[in-house]
Ligand binder design. Structure first.
Ligand code: PLP
Ligand code: LYS
Length: 460
């Protein structure tokens, strides 16, 4: 018998996790968890923009990341409409390839990159350099030189070493790059500690409380080689509670006022970073961009009034909220193993190499059998990968039909952000391709890595 059939749960799960949809509707798709153009078609298989996942799997193999292009574009448009007077930087770390650079550029977005590799991808896709912001806590001389030579719009300074480095490079070239100072505002964002970035004890930014942020601003202003456009604060990722942004804006605008008082300079810009949460499970309730915009503006307007500051030009940097919900990963089931009295393990042909988030952050995902509908009873299963690691879990708990079997396709939604971009070759598993689907047509935008690719690196 299969362990963990609905209503008979044992082992370390305890009780049915609250975010799980109730058993009994294993074929239903919870709309907020899926790309907008995904449906279950009349034959029971999932379809994206009218294209069956069975056809996608036959054409491109599995695992494969499937991008609903119109979903991604519609999220860009929603952010642009909600923030019409602000700059919306897509945070490329969430997922970047040339096709996506072109999509976001066409939708009027700006782009945040944080390494030379991301910068190279952006430039080679034709992203206008003046719409690029360059982040990172350890930008090399080579990376900064390239950014200056390309004419990127903003460089976000992260350390005193970097201020000196960039100042020297700018002097050499006789240019005056526009910069922001990344401020660590001391907010404990309500998210996993690995993805919170504004508490004091961490590597990013200049500490506000310790005085480093003010010192950095004074140094840039006084040396007058770099053009200080404003301050930047990013408090973390997968955040739902706006109070973190409120505290952050208050503190960073407090520094803005301090700079005005000390140097007579009102910085014209303020970047509030990204971090807006998305729904991975039914427990997550993300704010719509329009509501986010209203709240952020209210916070900034209020703080500026209190400090008697002119309201600066705002920018934000959503990554996950743009690409996360637009993608699902399609796997094929290889084995189904009932560990009697404990749980059922459904092994798929990928795992922690294409989605490290479950292992790294204890992230929750959902899943469904995608190649067919089933009338079988729900079975509480764990979807695991093929890696040599017992923590190689893709979806911790999900009700799948009890007749799930080798050869079935399993789709995991919400995998657009920080999955392909954090993918590895662990166990020499080649990284999956990315296929964009729009209007019933599929287009390969990142090809599958091959064993030949891996062997080509092995030159010993
Ligand atoms: C500086 C900065 N901006 C933007 C982002 C994007 O975050 P998210 O994908 O959560 O919107 C990050 C990542 O956390 C970041 O470090
Ligand atoms: N990689 C993290 C987000 C970090 C964002 C970069 N500061 C995640 O998967 O949630």
């Amino acid at each position: 018998m299969r362990a963990h059939e609905a209503g008979a749960l044992h082992g370390d799960i305890g009780s049915r996790p609250p975010w799980l949809r109730p058993p009994g509707d294993v074929n239903a798709l919870v709309p907020q968890l899926w790309p907008r153009n995904v449906t279950r078609a009349a034959d029971g298989a999932l379809a994206v923009a009218g294209l069956s996942v069975r056809d996608l799997a036959a054409e491109y193999g599995t695992p494969v990341y499937v991008l609903d292009e119109d979903d991604l574009r519609s999220r860009c448009r929603e952010f642009r409409a909600a923030f019409p007077d602000e700059d919306v930087y897509y945070a490329g770390k969430a997922f970047l390839c040339r096709a996506v650079v072109r999509m976001i550029a066409e939708e009027g977005m700006f782009l945040d990159v944080c390494t030379g590799g991301e910068l190279a991808t952006a430039l080679s896709a034709g992203m206008p350099p003046e719409r690029i912001g360059f982040h990172g806590n350890n930008k090399s001389v080579a990376e900064l030189s390239r950014a200056l030579d390309a004419g990127v719009g903003r460089i976000i300074l992260d350390s005193f070493t970097e201020i000196d480095r960039l100042t020297a490079l700018a002097r050499e070239r006789g240019v005056r790059p526009q910069v922001l100072i990344r401020v660590t505002v001391g907010v404990e964002a309500h998210t996993h500690e690995f993805i919170a970035t504004a508490h004091e004890d961490q590597k990013f930014g200049f500490s506000l409380a310790g005085g480093a942020a003010a010192a950095a601003a004074f140094k840039v202003i006084d040396e007058d080689v770099l053009e200080l456009r404003g301050l930047h604060s990013h408090i973390g990722s997968q955040i739902f509670d706006a109070s973190g942004f409120e505290v952050s804006a208050r503190r960073v605008l407090g520094l803005q006022a301090q700079i005005r008082d000390a140097r007579g300079v009102e910085l014209p810009e303020l970047d509030l970073g990204g971090g807006f949460g998305i729904a991975y499970t039914t427990q997550d309730d993300p704010a719509a961009p329009h509501d986010l915009a209203k709240r952020l503006r209210k916070i900034v307007d209020g703080e500026c009034a209190a400090e008697k500051l002119a309201v600066p030009h705002l920018s934000i940097e959503p990554g996950r909220a743009i690409v996360g919900p637009a993608v699902f990963t399609l796997y094929e089931v290889g084995t189904v193993k009932d560990v009697d009295g404990i749980r059922t393990y459904v092994s798929v042909d990928g795992g922690m190499s294409d989605n490290i988030r479950t292992a790294l952050y204890d992230a929750s995902y959902s899943a469904t059998v995608a190649n067919r509908a089933s009338s079988a009873e729900p079975l509480l299963a764990r979807v695991v990968g093929k890696h040599c690691e017992s923590g190689d879990i893709v979806v911790k708990d999900e009700f799948l039909p009890a007749d799930v079997q080798p050869g079935d396709l399993v789709a995991v939604p919400g995998t657009g952000a920080y999955c392909r971009s954090m993918a590895s070759n662990y166990n020499h598993v080649p990284r999956p391709p990315v296929v964009a689907v729009r209007d019933g047509r599929a287009r390969l935008i990142v090809r599958r890595e091959t064993e030949e690719d891996l062997l080509a690196l092995d030159v010993g």
